[in-house]
Ligand binder design. Structure first.
Ligand code: TNX
Length: 548
């Protein structure tokens, strides 16, 4: 009892002291010009002052909250690598130069923060872990680009100047996502980490991981080892052909394989969490499932089904049969492992592009339709997703799916989310129907599309080109049902990481401002200026990008 009171009293005193200190040392921020603002995404409010703070080995820090731990760790890690030292922790707020303070009353928006740099102190205030993390990311973006280096050889920079400024910031959208397709082409664990780290640097917080598709099953499922033994291998001598393009990591004639073990996935989840990124795994079904089907045909197909059909991407018979009980037992077992592995509350079940002729000649489906009175394919699909929703509920997860799933009359719990990819209009339509929506329109946010139409440019051509300016011009309508935005990096054409990076940058800069910055603060000319410094930060990290 005594101890608790003592702690409360002590905390109260230190926060009082902190407020007094802040008031005394704040210079007048008369200069609202933001020429020193090099932060992407642009903060909601940035006031520049005169002069700068010099950070060096003598700079000590103080924190009154455990919520700042990850943020401090991130800064220290970069300082250690690129400055050769870390900041020492001081015993009191008074003698420290760099202060972290939990101020839930002053910072009232989730993930928000206040960052004040004076000539001799830095103040960071936030209410949650993400807020502290984003304050530190903003701070680091104002340091010399060298702080972002991944490897450091040679002489280290000992002192770093950060311009005097006052920032108040918070996100416009709660869902700020990026999708990477690890199925069509496989990416190493170290590339996935880099990808997530770069997202976090730009305050993106949802990594949507497309782990299964026709071209490869990439997640270890202990109960069904063939999924990765058979379903992750493709090329000559395997059951999976190169359906769209030759594979990454080898020529067209070479076998290749790749998947993530559960141990590796845990490692990636922890890495993402340390950067305030949640991972949304996607297990695509019932279409886009060729890799699963060739691994367990007896469980997932009707042996008497004589249908022959092809998907939009020209993959034959790639759809799981919705009338077999073994299908639901299989998916229940798979989702049980996926649910245990990923701490995020949602699982993405795909649901896109079920080919037209699927199941048409399946006696099992015919029987199901007759017994349930289903008139068409759509109703069968709705039945499939109703059952899957119940399975997810059992595993304490909520469903996210592509917009196609919203069309049928599936009986779903009403806390699920749909991703609208065909157009913004489709997303607004769903929002009007009171569905929660994430906007990922191909016309603005498909980063697998070419920037401009040219034979020299990598990327898909089936939709319109998506220039960085086009991404920036996207202005989603506000609605409580629009949870946020997401860019998709499908990987049919991503034959190496060079191409992947090129297609992602600088479009991801623009995405981050669409997701984070209030529309009234967005301006293309200012963005271009800030992006120049942004490109320098990418360069020192060895990231390939397209010029403006
Ligand atoms: C459509 S968008 C797909 C993907 C492809 C992508 C290529 C969606 C839900 N499905 O399977 O990779 O187009 O741009």
């Amino acid at each position: 009892m005594f101890k608790n009171n003592y702690i409360v009293w002590n905390q109260w005193l230190s926060s009082l002291l902190y407020t007094v200190l802040l008031a005394l040392t704040l210079p007048p921020f008369l200069n609202a010009k933001n020429s020193t603002n090099t932060i992407i995404p642009k903060p909601q409010s940035f006031h520049a002052g005169k002069g700068s703070f010099t950070l060096n080995q003598q700079t000590s820090y103080y924190s009154d909250t455990a919520l700042a731990k990850r943020a401090i760790g991130y800064l220290q890690q970069h300082l250690k690598r690129n400055a050769g030292y870390t900041l020492k922790k001081s015993k009191t707020a008074k003698i420290s130069k760099f202060l972290f303070s939990a101020t839930p009353k002053k910072v009232n928006k989730a993930e928000g923060y206040r960052l004040t740099v004076t000539k001799n102190k830095i103040y960071i205030e936030a209410r949650d872990r993400a807020g502290f993390f984003y304050a530190v990311v903003s701070f680091m973006q104002m340091m010399d680009a060298g702080i972002w280096k991944e490897k450091h050889a040679g002489k280290k920079q000992k002192s770093w100047n950060v311009p005097v400024c006052h920032i108040k910031d918070y996100p416009h959208f709660a869902w700020r996502g990026m999708m990477l397709d690890s199925s069509r082409n496989f990416f190493s664990v170290s590339y996935i980490k880099k990808f997530i780290d770069r997202m976090a640097q730009h305050k993106l917080n949802r990594f949507h991981w497309h782990l299964t598709d026709d071209e490869g099953w990439r997640i270890e499922i202990k109960r069904y080892p063939l999924l990765t033994k058979v379903g992750a291998a493709r090329g000559p001598g395997t059951k999976l052909p190169f359906s769209t393009y030759p594979a990454m990591r080898g020529s067209k004639n070479k076998r290749q394989s790749g998947y993530y073990s559960q141990r590796e996935i845990r490692e990636i989840i922890a890495y993402a969490r340390a950067r305030s990124v949640e991972i949304l795994p996607e297990i695509d079904m019932p279409g886009h499932a060729k890799a699963a089907i060739v691994s367990y045909p007896k469980l997932l197909q009707d042996p008497k089904d004589k249908s022959y059909y092809r998907s939009v991407q020209k993959v034959s018979n790639n759809t799981i049969n919705p009338a077999r009980e073994s299908t639901y037992i299989f998916l229940d077992n798979v989702l049980k492992e996926v649910s245990a592995l990923f701490p995020f509350g949602y699982i993405h079940l795909g649901g896109d592009e079920v080919p037209k002729g699927a199941w048409q000649k399946s006696p099992a489906v015919k029987k199901l339709m007759k017994s349930k009175g289903f008139k068409n394919n759509k109703e069968v699909r709705a039945y499939f997703f109703s059952r899957l929703d119940r399975i997810l509920a059992k595993h304490h997860k909520k469903m996210i799916a592509w917009q196609e799933v919203a069309k049928g009359k599936a009986k779903l719990r009403n806390n699920n989310i749909f991703m609208a990819w065909k157009s913004p209009k489709d997303g607004y339509y769903l929002a009007r129907k009171r569905h929660h929506v994430i906007l990922a329109p191909v016309q603005y946010l498909y980063f697998d599309q070419q920037y401009v139409r040219s034979k020299k440019e990598p990327g898909h051509t089936w939709s319109t080109p998506v220039s960085t300016k086009k991404v920036y011009s996207f202005t989603p309508k506000a609605s409580v049902y629009i949870n946020g935005v997401e860019a998709c990096l499908w990987s049919e054409t991503l034959l190496n990481t060079h191409i992947a990076d090129y297609l992602a940058w600088p479009r991801t800069f623009a995405l981050s401002e669409v997701a984070w910055t209030e529309q009234k603060h967005k301006k293309w000319s200012g963005f271009q200026k800030r992006a120049k410094k942004g490109l320098k930060r990418l360069k020192v990290q060895g990231i390939h990008y397209r010029g403006f």
